[in-house]
Write a protein that binds this ligand. Structure first.
Ligand SMILES: Cc1cc2nc3c(=O)[nH]c(=O)nc-3n(C[C@H](O)[C@H](O)[C@H](O)COP(=O)(O)O)c2cc1C
Length: 213
């Protein structure tokens, strides 16, 4: 090969280049729909990280129930540990890991509660047993016995046997309003691709940076 011949890149470096994307929420939606087609279950599962009042990080899985240009929404009991932590320190990080496509997405941002209308609409779409469970569970509070929980479920099942189940006042959604979103795609030999989108505030334009893996 002569010194002037063009460099031949392996095909995995030159095909399917998501790093040219310029709008992270559109790219996220595309990746989520690909993961929905390939993940065996729960493609919307994400790790939610918060901090407690001592500054100690806390993380657990939740399900993404809505995403649009405003941010990423999940639902929970607002009196739970995560609810208390988010109300005291309304900032969070999310991590998605889709093993079937070897991709990771990381989100960081500020957190707000969804409107009552949004929470009502989502709660109304849930199965009745899950609605009753939301009334019966004092999520994250100590529970003496399994039987005590089952009794609470039976009490609310009887109370709401007829008609619609209203949304509990302490049950709603939180929206993570992203200030950074990072996309990671596995590549052979650990030569992975990473791009990070950042903005200073929710109405500012996104800036994109490629990162070393
Ligand atoms: C795959 C998966 C999805 C979950 N989705 C939710 C969810 O959407 N909302 C929720 O409140 N808890 C969800 N949980 C339970 C939480 O991980 C956690 O145990 C619970 O919310 C209590 O957390 P906390 O004590 O930090 O508030 C899920 C657990 C798993 C494993």
């Amino acid at each position: 090969m002569s010194d002037t011949a063009p460099i031949q890149h392996p095909s995995w470096l030159t095909t399917g280049d998501f790093t040219t994307a310029d709008e992270p929420l559109r790219l996220f939606t595309a990746w989520l729909s690909e993961a929905t087609a390939t993940e065996p279950r729960d493609p919307t599962a994400m790790t939610l990280a918060t901090v407690d009042s001592d500054g100690l990080p806390n993380a657990r899985m939740v399900l993404l129930k809505g995403v649009d240009e405003r941010g990423f929404v999940f639902y929970t009991n607002m009196d739970s540990k995560k609810g208390q932590e988010l109300d005291a320190q309304p900032q969070a990080a999310l991590v998605f890991h889709w093993k079937s496509v070897n991709r990771q997405v990381r989100v960081r941002g500020s957190v707000e509660r969804v409107t009552d209308a949004e929470a009502d609409a989502y709660f109304a779409s849930r199965p009745k047993q899950a609605q009753i469970g939301a009334w019966a569970s004092k999520q994250s509070a100590p529970l003496e016995t399994r039987l005590a929980f089952e009794k609470a479920v039976a009490v609310y099942a009887a109370k709401y046997a007829i008609g619609d189940v209203p949304r509990p006042p302490n049950w709603s959604g939180y929206r993570i309003v992203p200030l950074s979103i990072e996309f990671w795609q596995e590549r052979p030999f650990r030569l992975h691709d990473r791009i990070e989108f950042k903005r200073d505030h929710p109405s500012a334009p996104w800036n994109k940076t490629r990162l070393y893996p």
